[in-house]
Design a protein around this ligand. Structure first.
Ligand SMILES: NC(=O)c1ccc[n+]([C@@H]2O[C@H](COP(=O)([O-])OP(=O)(O)OC[C@H]3O[C@@H](n4cnc5c(N)ncnc54)[C@H](OP(=O)(O)O)[C@@H]3O)[C@@H](O)[C@H]2O)c1
Length: 319
């Protein structure tokens, strides 16, 4: 399995990691259960097991996902598989809403505890808004965690190009690279090409971590079958509306055609496109609520699309 460096850090990652927001409801989080209703710890164990079997080498979670429920579920699943600490990379996120920068150092023990015994390889600021502190102060607090050896690398999420460049400068003053910016990227969501985030990432050597790379399942083609509308929570929470499904039909048709050639699925081709089209800069973290979905995601890393296929999907999805 191909290995890439996370930004300018020593953290090694596979082009495809596993998003663990789907485990938000494990252990009783009511809000989390509403977002992703079906995942129990048993299922989370199987999903993570399938990801590991397929060669996925890293996992993305967050404090926000069920107030630590996802982090605990991930740690439980890794331990159930006998994964030694340090064998896989783990990324989590601090939620800045209503908090000062002191909250970063003040709550890190809870994050470490939720993920124990697995160390935090990447600690990200989940959103650029909502904190009572400036970005500079939050990043300085993050840098102190690296200096103390509590986390290995620092990233941001949902940051604009300008915010990203400023974050890079702030961390550079501490001798620490900005490892990553986690943003929404998919064949149907290509804002990074227009809003300067892709150019900034390339210039600064920052990895872009693509969240919702399947557009919450839309790119799998599952909502294109007759009578297969997305459930209400996915329409309202994740924008998988009938209109978007209709508009995506030509892309789904092309993905299905290309998938046939590889004995693959449209979802796998969509992921392969994402981690190839932008070179090494973009990696993806599809979510999975069933082991089969994790198996599919992992195997997508081995698909090598040719130039004509990459370009065809590029053209079709531009509109
Ligand atoms: N930083 C941020 O602000 C942010 C925001 C959103 C997400 N994220 C991260 O990104 C990860 C992925 O994003 P996401 O979950 O929003 O979207 P996604 O990866 O685009 O979609 C995941 C969903 O698609 C469906 N799916 C996946 N593989 C499939 C397959 N092979 N066949 C059919 N359906 C399949 C599943 O739906 P069902 O469960 O219904 O089967 C799954 O829950 C999250 O887990 C989280 O770690 C970060």
């Amino acid at each position: 399995v191909e290995s890439r460096r996370l930004g300018g850090t020593e953290v090694a990652i596979t082009p495809i990691g596993l998003g663990c927001m789907q485990f938000s409801g494990v252990g009783g989080g009511r809000m989390g259960r509403r977002m992703y209703p079906s995942v129990t710890q048993e299922v989370a164990d199987e999903v993570v097991g399938a990801a590991l079997d397929g060669g996925i080498g890293w996992f993305d979670t967050a404090e926000m996902y069920g107030r630590g429920a996802s982090e605990r579920a991930l740690a439980h699943a890794l331990a159930a598989r006998g994964v030694a600490p340090g064998r896989v990379a783990v990324a989590t996120k601090w939620l800045p809403l209503g908090r000062t920068a002191r909250g970063i150092g003040g709550t890190i023990d809870r994050r470490v505890g939720a993920l124990a015994p697995y160390p935090i390889d990447l600690y990200q600021i989940h959103v650029p808004f909502g904190s009572l502190a400036r970005h500079r102060a939050q990043l300085a607090a993050m840098a102190r965690l690296v200096e103390a050896g509590t986390v290995r690398a620092v990233g941001v999420s949902n940051f604009s190009a300008r915010q990203m460049a400023a974050a890079h400068r702030t961390l550079a003053a501490h001798g620490i690279p900005l490892a990553s910016n986690q943003v929404h990227i998919s064949l149907l969501h290509r804002d990074i090409e227009r809003d300067g985030v892709l150019d900034a990432a390339r210039e600064l050597g920052v990895t872009l971590i693509a969240y919702s790379p399947l557009d919450s399942g839309l790119l799998t083609g599952r909502y294109h079958a007759a009578g297969a509308a997305a459930p209400t929570w996915r329409r309202l929470g994740f924008g998988v509306t009938a209109r978007r499904v209709r508009r995506a039909a030509p892309v789904i048709d092309a993905l299905t055609g290309i998938a046939h050639r590889y004995g693959a699925t449209p979802a796998q081709v969509a992921l392969a496109w994402l981690v190839t089209f932008y070179g090494d800069t973009v990696v993806a973290i599809p979510g999975a609520s069933k082991p089969r979905q994790a198996t599919e995601a992992a195997a997508a890393g081995a698909i090598r699309l040719d130039r004509a296929e990459l370009d065809r999907l590029d053209e079709l999805s531009r509109g």
